[in-house]
Design a protein around this ligand. Structure first.
Ligand code: AHR
Length: 317
């Protein structure tokens, strides 16, 4: 510890202020409350955060909430009690964060939203929000459909939504609907949550197929994992995914590229989980007293099946 830091700590102690553990041993401590391990995307996101923390020499306290908001709230409270330097989290749902975020603010611990936003009016409760523009991802999916779907007449779409109340589920639905409403022949005939998992995606697609059978022209899945689960359901129903039913999903994970190469998935809109390095940099900047931009948007692309084989070797998740 350098002398200047020792003087600051002495002054803080004299003023009766708590000394964050990390400050005392000079290592930045980041508490991160993760959503869970629901998808290939999430696994890549966790890996990105853990390896970036290691590379940056940051002590990471990592908590997996198993897709439960109450677990994330408990984890954030534990980080506050441990006096971490910075709290990062990816909120499982948008609402219900006001109280715990006010507790973090009262403890003077800056909060970084990573990947997903919260629905809170007071935007002083977090310092920055880094991640994708989910509405734009939904728009990209909708535009691809209008530009590439070849069939005539009414187009029956089934939608597999993400976790109820989560930012990506709300925004991807909104962006997609905003685009397809321009052409009334495109109709969402069924829409249900598959909770961003393969198992649920398969189960809900089975129910869609049972109810609508060959009427279904298009599947719009809010993530690749649900699309991959649905592909299995479609094959088990004796239909050809990617041909009998056009399939659009979001994320761009390797599993989706493999499905595209096999001709079973038509397009995947990219959503990058590789937020770790950016998150560590932001935590360091905060500790150095820098001000961060309120919103940091991830740059992303879209991959139709025609480019999948060429792109797969370049994919990092
Ligand atoms: O918040 C990002 C979304 O969460 C990803 O699209 C999905 O796969 C994940 O579970």
């Amino acid at each position: 510890m350098n002398a200047q830091r020792r003087t600051v700590i002495a002054a803080m102690l004299a003023a009766g202020l708590p000394i964050p553990a990390a400050f005392a041993d000079d290592k930045l401590v980041l508490g991160f409350a993760q959503v869970g391990a629901e998808s290939e995307w999430r696994t890549a996101n966790t890996e990105s955060i853990k390896s970036a923390a290691k590379d940056a020499g940051i002590e990471l306290k990592f908590s997996d909430a198993q897709q439960k908001q109450e677990n994330q709230i408990k984890a954030i409270r534990a980080f506050i009690a441990q006096k971490v330097d910075v709290i990062g989290f990816s909120p499982v749902v948008e609402s219900g964060w006001g109280t715990v975020l006010r507790e973090a603010k009262a403890a003077k611990i800056p909060v970084i939203l990573s990947d997903r936003a919260v629905d809170e009016k007071d935007d002083t409760l977090w310092v920055t929000f880094m991640g994708s523009d989910f509405v734009e991802e939904g728009r990209k999916a909708g535009r691809w459909l209008l530009e590439n779907y070849k069939g005539q007449g009414d187009v029956a779409i089934v939608e597999l939504q993400g976790t109820v109340g989560s930012a990506p589920a709300i925004d991807r639905k909104k962006g997609f609907e905003e685009i397809i409403k321009a052409q009334p022949r495109y109709k969402i005939i069924r829409s249900q949550t598959g909770d961003f998992t393969r198992a649920k995606g398969k189960e809900v697609m089975e129910a869609f197929l049972k109810a609508e059978g060959k009427k279904i022209n298009v599947l719009y899945a809010h993530n690749d994992d649900m699309a991959i689960g649905a592909i299995q359901a479609i094959e088990e129903a004796g239909m050809k995914p990617g041909k009998d039913i056009t399939i659009i999903s979001i994320d761009g994970v390797k599993g989706a590229f493999e499905a595209m190469i096999a001709g079973k998935l038509n397009v995947s809109v990219e959503c990058s989980p590789l937020l770790g390095p950016q998150l560590m940099q932001a935590a360091k900047d905060l500790k150095a007293g820098k001000t961060l931009p309120k919103r940091i948007v991830t740059k992303e692309s879209i991959f139709p099946m025609e480019v999948a084989a060429k792109e797969l070797p370049n994919r990092k998740y």
